[in-house]
Ligand binder design. Structure first.
Ligand code: ACO
Ligand code: ZN
Length: 193
């Protein structure tokens, strides 16, 4: 596994702010989703996620343009089977994350993951998981940096027939990394809270 080390993260976030998604941001989030992913959820799905999980729905904003350039939409799943032990746990589910092409490789998705995981831990998640296309190595690399491992392969998970990897990480493995990175983002002035 890749070493879980804050030194592996280089942030280049001048002019970028990370904050919670508001109702007025949903149009921007949908715009980013349409331009970054084939999984294009309905407006009502985004609104329902915002209503239910507002505390863990984050956007990245280009301050000079006042425009949404990335998002991370998450949910909590209670009393579900652990990926790592024979018990029921609360899981954080990274439901969808995307960053506009022209803003990539600056650490924006990493920053969105840090705030998302930090807040899901604060809300009681003891594991985090997500689904990712088996062909999506950029995203898998991102998740590997956060200590995620493949726990399952789901055949034909996506509408076009592609398989998904389910990737997951237990809280103990990354909590201190997330805390360090969260402080770093604070120091950089990226977090609007
Ligand atoms: N090739 C290889 N590795 C990559 C790439 C790439 N093109 N992009 C990111 N990574 C990995 C690298 O390890 C990178 O660290 P490094 O730059 O130090 O090498 C690490 O991810 C972190 O990169 P960030 O800059 O934080 O990520 P970025 O802001 O560029 O966004 C993302 C990554 C979200 C995957 C972006 O490429 C994207 O929007 N892709 C299309 C949408 C998508 O695939 N979303 C994920 C679907 S799965 C889900 O939503 C649960
Ligand atoms: Zn999912």
């Amino acid at each position: 596994m890749v070493a879980l080390d804050i030194r592996g993260f280089r942030f280049s976030l001048d002019g970028i702010s990370i904050r919670r998604c508001g109702i007025e941001d949903i149009g921007g989030v949908i715009g980013v989703n349409r331009r970054t992913l084939p999984e294009n959820y309905s407006t009502s799905l985004f609104l329902a996620m915002l209503r239910r999980f507002r505390d863990i729905f984050f956007v990245a904003v280009d301050i000079s343009q006042d425009s949404i350039i990335g998002y991370c939409m998450n949910k909590l799943e209670y009393n579900t089977k652990s990926f790592f032990a024979a018990k029921k746990v609360t899981k954080g589910h990274v439901f969808s994350i995307g960053v506009l092409h022209e803003y990539r490789r600056r650490g924006i998705a990493s920053a969105l993951m840090v705030v998302s995981l930090k807040h899901m831990f604060m809300l009681g998640a003891s594991e985090i998981f997500l689904e990712v296309r088996v062909s999506n190595t950029p995203a898998q690399n991102l998740y590997n940096k956060f200590g995620f491992e493949v726990v399952m392969r789901v055949p034909r998970y996506y509408a076009d027939g592609e398989d998904a990897y389910v990737m997951a990480v237990p809280r103990e493995r990354i909590e201190s990394l997330i805390d360090e990175l969260y402080l770093r983002l604070r120091e950089l002035g990226v977090l609007e809270e």
